[in-house]
Design a protein around this ligand. Sequence first.
Ligand SMILES: O=C(O)CCC(=O)C(=O)O
Length: 253
Amino acid sequence: MQLTSEGLARAARAYASDGFVKLEPLFDAARMQAIDDELARYVSDIAPVIPPADIVFEKQPNPDGSRAIRNLWRMENHSQYFRDLALDANLLELMRRLVGGEPLLCGVELFAKPARVGSAVPFHQDNAYFNLVPDDALTCWVALDDTSIENGCVYYAKGSHRGPLLAHKASGVQGNSLMLDGVPAVGAFEEVPGVIARGSAIIHHCSLLHRSEPNRSNRSRRGLLIVYRGAHCAVDPERARAYRKVLSQLTQA
Ligand SMILES: O=C(O)CCC(=O)C(=O)O
């Protein structure tokens, strides 16, 4: 993907006003095939030997009884391919524009949402996890499968990134420890379903409210997430302490 300067400006405008922007497509068929190949290698050869904290399984097994991967975290630490993909010069140019400074890679992740057993992600703002000031961080969510309402696409609350960081509490969901404390008032925001084709992506701001539903279909819904922040952002120590407190309550429970 290489955006013209007009394309970059258009993407930056949509991102600033809505808190998210679609890139249709981001990667071509050859790149998608290479990502699939590396992911297959990752699952068969790498996942069995990564630290337990870097993989989360669905509570429910696959219909054939096998364990279903829900999330893979910190993939850039275990695969040079995914690290290089995230540090692609064209991608970094776009991220530089959107985070308003030098983009730093925070992580490459998989939200797998397997057919039938893929679980929901509660409403949250990513900055409840990151605790960054200013909140110049984002996620580039790349569709490895076509997404739909039925297979659990992500829903984005348009414009909600302009509000403050809201209170979050422990969610009890493995893989997504935090959820918004309460639900946004009905009609407060327009919720936009992120229905996109394989190879397309949606970039969302870390203060944007978003969520996803279970995969009720027979089709997998894999998202590869690449997270960046501006080098000028710093972690707010007080908020980070509050987040660690929630985490420690979870591990003691
Ligand atoms: O993929 C999903 O279902 C949720 C993704 C998410 O929470 C995120 O992109 O921050």
